[in-house]
Write a protein that binds this ligand. Structure first.
Ligand code: NDP
Length: 386
């Protein structure tokens, strides 16, 4: 019998389940790169479109795991030495966590987790796990690659438009009963004709480029792996050998690479100084890719015209985090990858990975980040241990 320790965000303030706005969600069977959406043997322990990413939703896993005789612990109490998470960690064989409410698996915690075999990210982005320590301890790390890529890409497009067109401050004026058109439009521009660049054009970065193409934007990217010539041609892409070259050439910068030790604080005062005055910066990748206070300084000085994203450090962010109140920000809590649509896919993918684990069959290669002591699958192409 295995203990599965699952960390999820708390239930809605008004109780669970919520009143749903819609009765169904579209069925998505596959992704742009040909990968199929999750295919668990099932049955799923939830209805597609239900809120299952919070504690009471349990990712719909309880009946599957309990039928096999396993113990499922679900909690949102994840931080500090007296947390439920720390209490159960020494006996846990599997830890499931989501980037939105991450259970940080530090080297110290991995050292305490003597029985841990699998760290499973219900979503994408496993930087809350110290990958080098997991590899050293022989822990497999897997995530549900592709499950919420389009969810995030849509969020990026929304944030680009809302910053450039000054949507959020204008909405606030409308809500307050005002009609101050000059105030609304003093910072409002058209996106058409602007230069947009993404640092990393993996699953999400490429999906963002595709979605912005119809806006008449000039598209740029940099990535260690150059896209195929037909894709560059179809989207009219300008490739840059490095991020420095890209950020000097564009009006809007999108960060979409994974966080690992050498990408931490990738955007600092120096990089911000290389950008055009009035650049917009979007970050739905990870907060630690940027220097927190350098972003605040750049917004205050006008070097950045706006900053939007949904990723913070730590998560949840403290009430006095400066990004909550800095000027010209379009921040949300970490939500882009956990729409009800995304939850359906990543919960199904979590079940698929658990089925492989308990059946003793291989976990899909594209879901693997770390296996047998080193980076594997998607982890081998997208992450570094240093
Ligand atoms: P992918 O693995 O598909 O793409 C990552 C890309 O980053 C790859 O093309 C990789 O290049 C590239 N890359 C790696 N290092 C660098 C670097 N130093 N400079 C430029 N490019 C680099 O991942 P996704 O697109 O699915 O996700 C990207 C990130 O977005 C995740 O790691 C996660 O942090 C974040 N995310 C956030 C979510 C949210 O809810 N806000 C949800 C999902 C993901 P190559 O492979 O060519 O070497």
């Amino acid at each position: 019998m295995a203990k599965i320790l699952c960390v999820l965000y708390p239930d809605p303030e008004k109780g669970y389940p919520p009143h749903y706005a819609r009765d169904s969600i579209p069925v998505i069977e596959g992704y742009a790169n040909g990968q199929t959406a999750p295919t668990p043997k099932g049955p799923l322990g939830f209805l597609p479109g239900e809120l299952i990413g919070c504690v009471s939703g349990e990712l719909g896993l309880r009946s599957y795991l309990e039928k096999l005789g396993h113990e499922l612990i679900v909690t949102s109490d994840k931080d500090g030495p007296n947390s439920e998470f720390e209490k159960h960690l020494p006996d846990a064989e599997i830890v499931i966590s989501q980037p939105f409410w991450p259970a940080y698996l530090t080297p110290e915690r991995i050292a305490k987790a003597k029985k841990l075999k699998l760290a499973l990210t219900a979503g994408i982005g496993s930087d809350h796990v110290d990958l080098a320590a997991a590899a050293k301890a022989g822990v497999t790390v897997a995530e549900v690659t592709g499950s919420n890529s389009i969810s995030v890409a849509e969020h990026v497009v929304m944030m680009v438009l809302s910053l450039v067109r000054n949507y959020l401050p204008s909405h606030e004026i409308a809500v307050r009963g005002g009609w101050d058109i000059a105030d609304c439009v003093s910072r409002s521009y058209d996106l058409e004709g602007m230069h947009f660049g993404t640092i990393a054009a993996g699953r999400i970065g490429l999906a963002v480029l595709r979605r912005l193409k119809p806006f008449g934007v000039k598209l740029h990217y940099t990535d260690p792996y150059r896209l195929k010539p037909d894709v560059e041609q179809e989207l009219g892409l300008t490739y840059h050998e490095n991020a420095e070259s890209l950020i000097k050439a564009v009006d809007i910068v999108n960060l979409q690479m994974p966080l690992y030790p050498s990408t931490e604080h990738f955007i600092d005062d120096r990089m911000l100084g290389l950008m055009r005055r009035g650049t917009y910066l979007i970050n739905t990748a990870r907060a630690k890719l940027v220097d927190r206070d350098a972003i605040v300084r750049a917004l205050q000085s006008g070097q950045l015209a706006g900053y939007a994203g949904d990723v913070w450090f730590p998560q949840p962010a403290p009430a006095d985090h400066p990004w909550r109140t800095m000027p010209f920000n379009g921040m949300t809590p970490h939500i882009s990858g956990t729409s009800l649509s995304a939850q359906t896919r990543y919960a199904a993918g979590t079940l698929e990975i658990l089925e492989s684990y308990f059946d003793g069959t291989p976990i899909r290669e594209e879901y693997l980040i770390v296996k047998a002591g080193s980076l594997a699958g998607t982890g081998a192409s997208s992450y570094k241990l240093t």
